[in-house]
Design a protein around this ligand. Structure first.
Ligand code: AMP
Ligand code: GLY
Length: 426
C-alpha cells in the first residue's frame, strides 16, 4: 500500500516508524514530516489547512491507499470527511466525532448527558458572568478555552485571584484568540493522571495501553505546562478493579454515547483520566494518540499497526488480536532551552541518534540539511528505550540521552519515576 501520515511531531515519527515496518507498506509519505521522518519515508511539504486542496491533489497524484492522521487540528477541521468524500481511506474520527476534543463545551455536555464521571463545571459566554460565578463561589477553579489552544487552553488556578486573572486573559485579552470566546470553568480534581488509549471502529474497541505523561517542564512536576516532557507505558500500578471501572463507567458509555449522538467514533481515542479518591474521572478526551505517549506505546506494539488501522476501517476490530511485547518503554523528551517560553532554533544535533532495537530516537522539532540534523522547535527529540522492567527502561533511556547533544538542551531527569512510586496498585 501507499500510505501517507499527516503531521510533523514526535508522535508522527513514532507512527511513521511503526508503519514503515509493516509488510503492507510499499511507499510511505509524511506530510509534512520533520528531519527524522526522512528515515522512514519521504517528506512532502504540504500545509494541513482547510479546504485541504493540496492534500487531496497529492493523495490522488501519489495513488495513496491509506491516510493516517496524527494531530488533532486537521481532524477538528474535518479532514476525514473531506478525504472520504474523495473516496480515500482515512484513519481518524469524523468532523462530528472530533468535537470531543474540538469543543470543551461539547465534551462537558456529552459527559453530563451520558453520566460519565468528570469534574463539575459551568459554561460561560460572557466574562462578567464568569467573574461573578467565581467571586460568589470564593474558591479557585480550572479555566478552559472552549476551542483548541495548542494544549495550553487549560489553566489550573491556585487562588480566586488567579482564576479571575485566567478568565481575563482568555475572555478579555483574548490570549488564545476566538478559542476563548466561550469558556468552561470546572472544579479542580486531585489524584493521579493517566492516559488510556483505546482503538475503536465505532462499535468494537480494544485497549491499547495505559501510559503516563509528564506535562510540567521541570523535575517533580514544577514549572509551566508543556506539550509533554516524557512518558512511560504501561502504567504498572493500575489494578484490575480500576481497569474494570474505567471500562464500564467511562470507555463503554463513551463509545455508545458517540454512536447515539450520530457520530460513531473511529480511530484512536485517548482518555485523559484523573484517578481520584472517589474513582476515575474524565479530564478530557483527545481524538488521537498522545504525544509523547505514542513514542512510549508504539515501540511496545507487536501487532502490525497497519493491520489495526485496516481492521478499524472495515469495522472488524473484534476479529483482531492485538499483542504487545512484554516489558516497558520509557520516553524522555529533549527540548530547546527556554521551552515552553521563547527559545532559539537552528542548533546542530550531534551524538548517537541512530534507531536501535531497544532504543529509538524519534524526531519532533528537527530539520535535516545536507547530512546533518538541526533543532527547529520546542520539543526536539524523543528518546524511547525498552526494558523488561520499568527501572531498566528508565536506565536505558537516560544512557542514550547522555550520548546526545545540542546547544541549550534541556530534559527532565525524573521521567518514569512516578511509575516506580506506586508499587501497591490503585
Ligand atoms: P486539558 O487541556 O483539558 O488537556 O488539560 C491540561 C492539563 O490540565 C491536564 O492534563 C491536567 O493536568 C490539568 N487539568 C485539566 N483539568 C483539570 C481539572 N479539572 N483538575 C485538575 N487538573 C486539571
Ligand atoms: N500528551 C498530551 C497530549 O498529547 O495531549
Amino acid at each position: 500500500m501507499n500510505i501517507a501520515i499527516l503531521g510533523s511531531g514526535g508522535r508522527e515519527s513514532a507512527l511513521a516508524w511503526a508503519v514503515s515496518k509493516s509488510p503492507r507498506c510499499k511507499n510511505l509519505y509524511i506530510l509534512p514530516g520533520n528531519g527524522g521522518t526522512t528515515k522512514y519515508g519521504r517528506n512532502v511539504p504540504i500545509e494541513l489547512k482547510p479546504p485541504f486542496k493540496d492534500l487531496i491533489e497529492f493523495v490522488k497524484l501519489a495513488n495513496i491507499d491509506l491516510v493516517i492522521v496524527g494531530p488533532e487540528e486537521p481532524l477538528v477541521y474535518g479532514v476525514v470527511d473531506i478525504l472520504e468524500k474523495e473516496k480515500i481511506k482515512v484513519f481518524g474520527p469524523s468532523f462530528k466525532a472530533s468535537r470531543l476534543e474540538g469543543s470543551k463545551a461539547y465534551l462537558k455536555d456529552f459527559l453530563h448527558r451520558y453520566s460519565i464521571p468528570t469534574a463539575k463545571f459551568a459554561i460561560f459566554n460572557h466574562p462578567e458572568d464568569a467573574f461573578n460565578f467565581v467571586e460568589k463561589a470564593g474558591r479557585p477553579f480550572v479555566v478552559k478555552t472552549d476551542g483548541l489552544a495548542a494544549g495550553k487552553g487549560a489553566i489550573v488556578c491556585k487562588t480566586v485571584e488567579e482564576t479571575l486573572l485566567a478568565i481575563k486573559r482568555v475572555m478579555v485579552n483574548k490570549e488564545f484568540g476566538s478559542a476563548g470566546d466561550k469558556i468552561v470553568i470546572e472544579d479542580i480534581l486531585s489524584g493521579i493522571e493517566v492516559s488510556v488509549f483505546v482503538v475503536t471502529d465505532g462499535k468494537n474497541y480494544k485497549w491499547l495501553a495505559v501510559a503516563q505523561d509528564h506535562k510540567r517542564v521541570f523535575d517533580n512536576d514544577e514549572g509551566p505546562n508543556t506539550g509533554g516532557m516524557g512518558a512511560f507505558a504501561p502504567v504498572p500500578f493500575l489494578n484490575e478493579q480500576t481497569r474494570h471501572i474505567i471500562e464500564e463507567n467511562i470507555i463503554k458509555p463513551t463509545i455508545k454515547g458517540m454512536e447515539r449522538d450520530g457520530a460513531p467514533y473511529k480511530g484512536i481515542l485517548y482518555f485523559g483520566l484523573m484517578l481520584t479518591s472517589s474513582g476515575p474521572a474524565v479530564i478530557e478526551y483527545n481524538i488521537r494518540f498522545g504525544d509523547p505517549e505514542a513514542e512510549a506505546v508504539l515501540p511496545l506494539l507487536k501487532t502490525d499497526f497497519v493491520e489495526i488501522v485496516l481492521a478499524t476501517l472495515s469495522g472488524k476490530l473484534n476479529e483482531l488480536k492485538i499483542d504487545f511485547y512484554p516489558g516497558y518503554c520509557n520516553c524522555v523528551v529533549l527540548v530547546s532551552g527556554g521551552y515552553p517560553g521563547n527559545y532559539k532554533k537552528g542548533y546542530e544535533i550531534s551524538g548517537d541518534i541512530e534507531d536501535r532495537k531497544d532504543s529509538i530516537v524519534f524526531h519532533a522539532g528537527t530539520i535535516y540539511d545536507e547530512g546533518k540534523f538541526y533543532t527547529a522547535g520546542g520539543r526536539v527529540l524523543c528518546v524511547s528505550a525498552l526494558g523488561s522492567t520499568l527501572e531498566e527502561a528508565i536506565k536505558k533511556s537516560y544512557e542514550r540521552v547522555a550520548k546526545i547533544q545540542f546547544k541549550d538542551m534541556h530534559y527532565r531527569r525524573d521521567i518514569g519515576q512516578k511509575g516506580l512510586n506506586f508499587k501497591g496498585g490503585i
